[in-house]
Design a protein around this ligand. Sequence first.
Ligand code: ZN
Ligand code: ZN
Length: 224
Amino acid sequence: MIDDAQGRFVVDFGASSMTALKAQNVDPASIDAVYLTHLHGDHFGGLPYLLSHRRFISNPETPLTIAGPPGFSERLRALSDCVFPDIWADGWGLDLQLVEIPPGEECQIAGRTVRSEKVRHSAGPEPATALRISGGGIVIAYSGDTGWTDALIDISAGSDLFICDCNDRHDQSFDGHLSYDTLCRQLSRLDTKRLIVTHLGPDMISATDTPMVERAFEGMVIRF
Ligand SMILES: [Zn+2]
Ligand SMILES: [Zn+2]
């Protein structure tokens, strides 16, 4: 979640995101935009509950923009119809904008400059992407879920903060996530003011020999 000159946005909104916001005393109605990297449940599965909160509890008059990879609107509708049948049909009764982000193109979405690039991660027919979002002079980059791809060099170049997948301590035969070992080999190619790793799997969480990276943790606050 990032507070900037435009307001407050989140990158991805997983199945546990409503719980996480509650734990940090953040009002879900204060979010003006959600930018999605890809369509796995741990990255977009919480959206029906965000919409439900806006419709039935907070009912804010401010618009909400949800942006994601091409095809995300249909998947979001399918998810919504599965857990809250029929409510999508009236657009949730909300001022809701859905914007599909074409990979490789710079777009203006909800007052911010956004670019996505395809990454190495299988998430169904819709591409998995990394995101670069800038507004108010701050550039935030996020790898999403991915194995190593040179697209990460481009997406994070000159960023103030690069949040990067580091699911595994060691390289795995499945290369849909990054490992600490891989990241260490690629660190010198990344140009960012601050790199923070996230999406930590069990062996990465318990590892005590990862001095080359800074880890994200629940409730972490960064000020620019
Ligand atoms: Zn994923
Ligand atoms: Zn994930």
